[in-house]
Ligand binder design. Structure first.
Ligand code: ZN
Ligand code: ZN
Length: 328
């Protein structure tokens, strides 16, 4: 089995299979974040949830082959199954049984969140692991602890009569923030349209987020507003303050500790931190580990020295990408 990087991940053993890119006739899409979605004239395997989330934008695949998480399908000599990756709705790890057992984590986390169950660790001979937070300084506290601290800060702001703006990626993080506002703040937030659409799809698949309103000239309908980070700026916060006559308190949910225009950052990431990456490598039993995304070179070096495992950094030419882009 060859595991290669050609503008994306490619597996080859009689047939070729591309992961999150369209390099081969057959491909798999692991989840619906934009940096993993591609266009294809061939057949694309993905979970039902992922295909539904992608279709919301526009149909990019000539042929869709839905595969339920946990079910198997055959493709030439490959037996393929998708396994929960604990990242966002419908996100999948790829498990391939061929001449050897291969696990591809794609974006994953082992922690449970309010709305997702953590990834299962797959037993394999070769492991392809995403290493967004592949440096020892990136270790996140337990999620429940972060929820508690976040809630204590946010409830204090609300008690002082402030207006809360919470921010996180429109797909994944914003749904967790919607559930968080309901459960921990007793608030039904107003959410940006993009967030609203994704919230509705989560609910189509049975994920309960609580109640929320679509943002539409109705800032006063709640004291909590959820926005994607790309829309947030000091200017916008000032405009909201001016329009509703309340002071804005702002927080972003992210694994990267950069505050930007926000008052607070809470480390709720949808990616594995360094400790989870190490746990996965150890418990998978992999003899060969391939790294990609973020600190792929550093993490490959670390586990080679620490465990004596064969490692290879796959995405050597795509390291220049802005790191926080790769958190999606
Ligand atoms: Zn990603
Ligand atoms: Zn992602």
């Amino acid at each position: 089995m060859d595991i290669l990087w050609k503008k994306g991940l490619l597996l080859s053993d009689g047939i070729s299979l591309a992961i999150d890119c369209s390099y081969a006739e057959h491909s798999i899409v692991t989840h619906a974040h934009t940096d993993h979605v591609f266009s294809s004239k061939g057949a694309v395997i993905g979970s039902e949830e992922t295909l539904r989330l992608i279709e919301k934008e526009k149909s990019r695949f000539a042929r869709k082959k839905p595969l339920k998480i946990g079910e198997r399908t055959e493709l030439g000599s490959f037996e393929i199954s998708l396994k929960n990756s604990g990242h966002i709705l419908g996100s999948a790890q790829v498990y391939i049984d061929a001449s050897e057992r291969i696990a591809i984590t794609s974006d994953f986390k082992l922690q449970d969140s309010l709305i997702t169950e953590g990834a299962e660790i797959l037993q394999c001979d070769a492991l392809v692991i995403e290493t967004t937070f592949g440096l020892p300084e990136y270790v996140f506290p337990e999620r429940e602890k972060v929820y508690q601290e976040f809630a204590s800060w946010a409830n204090k702001q609300l008690a002082s009569g402030h207006y809360l703006i919470l921010s996180g990626y429109a797909l994944g993080k914003a749904q967790e923030l919607t559930a968080f506002a309901n459960e921990y703040l007793g608030a039904s937030p107003v959410v940006h349209e993009e967030v609203y659409k994704n919230n509705q799809i989560y609910e189509e698949f049975g994920v309960k987020l609580g109640t929320y309103f679509k943002l539409d000239h109705n800032l006063r309908e709640s004291n909590v507003l959820i926005l994607p980070p790309s829309l947030c700026s000091t200017h916008l916060f000032q405009a909201v303050e001016y329009s509703i006559g309340k002071k804005v308190a702002s927080a972003k949910a992210s694994g990267w500790p950069y505050k930007g225009c926000f008052d607070k950052i809470f480390p709720l990431s949808d990616h594995a931190d360094f400790d989870q990456l190490i746990t996965y490598v150890k418990e998978s039993g992999a003899k060969q580990v391939y790294t990609m995304h973020g600190f792929s070179r550093e993490f490959a070096q670390h586990i080679r020295h620490r465990f004596g495992i064969n490692t290879k950094q796959l995405d050597i030419n795509s390291q220049q990408k802005a790191l926080w882009e790769s958190e999606k």
